[in-house]
Design a protein around this ligand. Sequence first.
Ligand SMILES: Cc1cc2nc3c(=O)[nH]c(=O)nc-3n(C[C@H](O)[C@H](O)[C@H](O)COP(=O)(O)OP(=O)(O)OC[C@H]3O[C@@H](n4cnc5c(N)ncnc54)[C@H](O)[C@@H]3O)c2cc1C
Length: 260
Amino acid sequence: MHAFEYRRAASLSEAVRTLSQDSEARPLAGGMTLIPSLKHRLNQVSQLIDIGGLADLQGIAVRTDHLWIGAATRHQQVADSADVARAVPGLACLAGLIGDPQVRTRGTIGGSVANNDPAADYPAAVLALDAVVVTERRELAAADFFQGFFMTALEPGELITGIRFKLPRRSAYAKFKHPASGYAMAGVFAADLGAAGLRVAVTGAGGGVFRWTAAEQAWASGATVPTLDHPDLLEDIHAPARYRAHLAKVMCEQALRELA
Ligand SMILES: Cc1cc2nc3c(=O)[nH]c(=O)nc-3n(C[C@H](O)[C@H](O)[C@H](O)COP(=O)(O)OP(=O)(O)OC[C@H]3O[C@@H](n4cnc5c(N)ncnc54)[C@H](O)[C@@H]3O)c2cc1C
C-alpha cells in the first residue's frame, strides 16, 4: 500500500472543499472496494476523505412520489428498512443479497453506485427504477449516469449525496450469485412503473448495467422472455457469454414471475 493521509470529514462542505483542492484525494465511504484496491496497489491516493459518518449523507425517507436514500446508507440498513420493503420491495431484497454480512454492514449505496462495478447489484435497481443520482452540484438521470465498465458521469471530486428512486407499482430482483464472491453473474431488476411501463435492467452479464428492452416489450405483449442478444456480454474465466445470456433470461423469468 502506498502512503496516504486519512481525514474524517466534519461536514459535507469540508469534504467537497478538500476534494476540489486536491485532485489525488478520494472520498472513502464503506471502504469495501477502495481499501482492497489500495492494498493491492491498484490505486494510489494522497488523502482518503472519510464521508461515511456524515449526517447529510444518511437516511431513508419515503416521500409523495419517490424513495430517498442517502449516499452513506449501508446495504444492511436498506435491507432492514420497513419503509424500503413497503415502497420498493425489490430494492430491499437486492440489498439483502449483496456480498456477506460484513460487506452489507460496511458498504454504502453511494460507494457502490459511484464504483459502478459491472457485477454490482444497485445499478440494476437505479436504472430500472428510472432513479436520479443526486450530487452536491447537480442531478443525473440513471440513463446518463452509468457509462460502462466502472465508468460514470461523475466529475473529479463530485460527491453523490443520495439517490431518488421512483415508486413502482411492483418491483422484483433476481440474482444468480457467483459462488465465491457473491457478486452477480447475472442480476435482473424488474419494475412496473405504471404509466411509464415495465422496465427491466440487467447487471453482471455485460460490461456494465443495461436495459433489456426486448424483455420489456415481450412482457407488455404477453410473450415469453426472449434470448438475450447484447453486443457487450462478459466472457471471462467465470463464464462464457452464452452462459451469462442464459442466466440473465432465467433471472428475468424469475423476477417477472415475482412481479406477477
Ligand atoms: C467480499 C466482497 C463481496 C462483495 N459482494 C458484492 C455483491 O454481491 N454485490 C455488490 O453490489 N457489491 C458487492 N461488493 C461491493 C460492496 O457492495 C461495496 O459496498 C461497494 O463496491 C463500494 O461501496 P463502499 O461504500 O464500500 O465504497 P468505497 O469502497 O469506500 O468507495 C468505492 C468508490 O466510490 C467512491 N465513492 C464512495 N462514496 C462516494 C460518494 N458518495 N460519491 C462519490 N464517490 C464515492 C470512492 O472514492 C471509491 O472510488 C462486495 C465487496 C466485497 C469486498
